[in-house]
Design a protein around this ligand. Structure first.
Ligand SMILES: Nc1nc2c(ncn2[C@@H]2O[C@H](COP(=O)(O)OP(=O)(O)OP(=O)(O)O)[C@@H](O)[C@H]2O)c(=O)[nH]1
Length: 523
């Protein structure tokens, strides 16, 4: 993902500061800030923004130091301050327009050619359609030959009604007719795709203004290719002057380019990013929230986005039940099963892995295909559990271990596979508990006041990951545990039992025990 390197570098700057006990506090903060500043500048973030971030972090850390009485508190202070200031960098604190049911909400798209407008129009149409809105797409791009065909193909695939013309060359006329048609038919969300050009030409801006005058959009969205670097800022300012957009969609966040320019564009136009595009597929579309974005950037997982993503592709009733459970601080095996089935529908697993604490980095070490196979095995395991087992919190397996063997046999997997699922379900259950604690205003044990943070700090996670990388056999076992890995699981006995020697060795390893403790699981 774009900015993945930036996240790693910021993370390591923070972790070095946390483990540094030699320098005095001010020197430690300055060394950390130097690394963070270099990483941000090299990712194309505007120098003024970086300088403001540096001053804010430094002032806060030096001012608050006197209040923290011990090392643990100081560490939390550093983590939280860096987290908050990175959030401020991408948060313009403006509430974007929200379409309302039973009203006619008109949304107009603008942006340069190839930025991903047409693709994002369809993604947004699907997003609202899945949430119960009656959505129509209008193609007002009469400039590019084939634009209407592209929108038509996308719309047919996604089963979204569309409007366009092969013969009419006036985009203003097509836009007006399309919107009028959908309004008459009581559509609730009408999305108008306009044409893009290579440059910010006068003609393009004039056309946008004219279309805007006839369709009178409730919201204008600018689509910005995240990989264009420093040019993003200039481009978005030019569009802002003519089209006065109220929201940004950042596309191609799955690429490898630097994304700092896009971050700077957000700050320069004081306009909220509402979604990010993370691939060409219609479901590669994530609702943007500053906290979620920074959580993912720093590799600390993001349960909020995970749930949001689930809502898009999952059965509403199932998601509602899981949401209710999570709100009560619970996450049963049945929730796990339903959501695993949904995950399989959610597109590339690497996208999802980035939202689960610790899984993103691990996914980088194994192939997508192997991981998909492992995920399938997990679904088989869950499908082999009884209703009573699924509705339980998992402790039933500890009380009656024979159930482990039965499920392993029934699913054609190993007891080890079943145990690993129970372990992951425990992790999710702990995250649900943390979320509940956060909602109730209680401080979480991991890092205070960050919704969705599990009981594992980024520093702890990174330390654990470093240890795993230094020890390949441990790594392999962990891969198996998280559904990845090279070896297709630990060697089984008679198709049902795991290699107990191997398993015991793993459980007794102090590093493993420490990791288990960090995840809040006794081993
Ligand atoms: N990897 C990736 N590709 C994307 C994303 N969004 C769009 N694309 C691809 O980018 C290319 C251009 O996308 P379009 O939607 O045609 O762009 P456009 O802005 O409508 O272009 P014009 O209609 O010519 O103005 C297509 O190949 C899309 O599949 C994204 O989030 N990630």
């Amino acid at each position: 993902m774009v900015l993945a390197d930036l996240g790693k570098r910021i993370n390591s700057a923070v972790n070095n500061a946390l483990s540094n006990s030699q320098d005095d506090y001010t020197t430690t903060v300055d060394v950390m800030l130097k690394s963070i500043v270099t990483a941000l500048l090299e990712s194309d973030v505007n120098i003024k923004l970086v300088s403001k971030l540096r001053t804010n972090i430094r002032n806060k850390l030096l001012e608050s130091k006197s209040k923290s009485t011990n090392t643990a508190q100081t560490k939390k202070l550093i983590q939280k301050t860096v987290f908050d200031e990175l959030c401020n960098l991408v948060d313009c604190e403006t509430q974007p327009f929200q379409p309302k049911k039973k009203k006619q909400n008109i949304i107009m798209f603008v942006g340069l050619q190839g930025s991903g407008k047409t693709t994002s129009c369809t993604k947004l149409a699907v997003y609202y359609s899945k949430r119960g809105f009656k959505v129509g797409l209008v193609c007002a791009d009469t400039f590019r030959a084939g634009a209407f065909d592209q929108l038509k193909q996308n719309a047919i695939k996604a089963r979204i009604p569309f409007y366009g013309s092969y013969t009419e060359t006036n985009p203003v006329k097509v836009a007006a007719e399309g919107v009028a048609k959908f309004k008459k038919e009581k559509f609730e969300v009408i999305i108008v795709d306009t044409s893009g050009r290579h440059h910010q030409e006068e003609d393009l801006f004039q056309e946008m203004v004219e279309i805007s005058q006839v369709v009178k959009p409730n919201q204008t969205i600018m689509v910005l290719d995240a990989s264009i670097g420093q040019a993003a800022e200039q481009q978005s300012k030019a569009f802002k002057d003519s089209a006065d957009f109220g929201a940004i969609i950042l596309t191609k966040m799955d690429g490898h380019a630097k994304g700092g320019g896009a971050i700077s564009a957000v700050a320069a136009t004081k306009t909220p990013v509402i979604f990010i595009g993370t691939g060409e597929h219609v479901h590669d579309f994530e609702k943007f929230s500053p906290k979620s974005f920074v959580s993912k950037l720093l590799g600390i997982g993001d349960i909020e986005s995970l749930l949001e993503q689930f809502q898009t592709v999952s059965n509403n009733e199932d998601t509602k039940a899981t949401m209710e459970n999570i709100q009560q601080g619970k996450f049963t095996l049945l929730d796990f099963q339903k959501q695993m089935q949904t995950i399989m529908k959610m597109g590339p697993l690497s996208n999802i892995a980035n939202m689960i604490p610790g899984m993103g980095n691990m996914m980088n070490q194994v192939s997508e295909e192997e991981t998909t196979q492992k995920m399938k095995r997990m679904v088989f395991v869950l499908d082999s559990m009884t209703k009573q087992e699924l509705e339980s919190d998992g402790r039933i397996f500890i009380k009656e271990p024979s159930r482990l063997i039965r499920v392993a046999r029934g699913s054609g997997t190993t007891v080890f596979d079943v145990e690993m699922i129970l372990m992951q379900q425990q992790m999710m259950a702990r995250m649900a508990q943390s979320s509940k604690a956060a909602q109730q205003g209680g401080k979480m044990p991991g890092m205070p006041n960050i919704p969705g943070m599990p009981n594992v700090s980024p520093a702890m996670m990174q330390q654990a990951q470093q240890k795993l990388r230094q020890n390949p056999s441990l790594m392999k076992n962990m891969m198996n545990m998280f559904g990845g890995g090279q070896g297709g699981g630990l060697p089984g006995m008679g198709g049902g039992m795991p290699d107990m020697n191997e398993m015991m060795k793993m459980m007794q390893d102090p590093q493993m025990q420490q990791m288990a403790k960090q995840f809040g699981m006794g081993m």
